[in-house]
Design a protein around this ligand. Structure first.
Ligand SMILES: C[S@@+](CC[C@H](N)C(=O)[O-])C[C@H]1O[C@@H](n2cnc3c(N)ncnc32)[C@H](O)[C@@H]1O
Length: 200
């Protein structure tokens, strides 16, 4: 298996100013991120106007789709160079490490969308460290979501074990979890979504 950035580096170092600019101007990335955002909206089934948090908003590609569709949207990301591009588009973003704290009041958001980000959570040296990071993240997500709020994550788990682990930790935090896998047998087009509904 090829090494991916999340295997050897933390996002706040990986996403330099140059990488952020390359990311933003890559038309293939733009197209795929937009398609996956529309698919996430289709799966989450929340009508506008709703207040959405984009976790790992990057340069704001998904946020632009959400705004166009009539949602109110805020974003958090750890990488300042990515956020600079999002801010230049007039998007409402702030810098935060979602594995530590999502800096909003309890029950603030109707739903959460996160596209191509959650795989970064598996970066770490010890399984206990990774487990703890996912657990803290799910607790923060639960805290900032309204009662009955939903969260959807499109991400790239390296294997079924990572996908199962993420699903299991959300379940432990009393989320109802559904896994959706699009194009399961076409490696390049295989997309994994985790749909999580807060139950208490
Ligand atoms: C591939 S980009 C996704 C960009 C965005 N969803 C879009 O619409 O194009 C992944 C983003 O996740 C962010 N990220 C990774 N780990 C994070 C963390 N712990 N806290 C906040 N942001 C994180 C990275 O900085 C990066 O901008």
């Amino acid at each position: 298996l090829a090494l991916l950035p999340e295997d050897f580096i933390v996002p706040e170092i990986y996403y330099t100013e140059d990488r952020a600019k390359q990311y933003e101007k890559n038309s293939r990335i733009q197209k795929i991120q937009k398609e996956m955002t529309y698919r996430a909206l289709e799966l989450i089934k929340i009508s506008p106007p709703a207040l959405i948090l984009d976790i790992g908003c990057g340069t704001g590609i998904s946020m632009q789709v959400l705004k166009t569709e009539g949602y109110e949207v805020k974003g958090v990301d750890i990488a300042e160079p990515m956020l600079m591009i999002a801010r230049a588009k007039g998007l409402d973003v702030l810098r935060a490490d979602f594995t530590v704290e999502i800096p909003f009041e309890p029950g603030f958001f109707d739903c959460i969308i996160s596209i191509s980000t959650l795989q970064w959570i598996f970066h770490g040296f010890k399984p206990s460290e990774i487990y703890e990071k996912i657990r803290r993240t799910t607790k923060e997500i639960k805290r900032v979501l309204k009662a009955d709020g939903k969260a959807i994550f499109q991400f790239y788990p390296k294997n079924d074990k990572q996908l199962d682990l993420a699903g299991r930790i959300f379940k432990n935090e009393d989320f109802k979890v559904v896994k959706i896998i699009d194009n399961p047998n076409i490696p390049k087009r295989r997309k994994v979504y985790l749909l999580c509904r807060k139950t208490i």
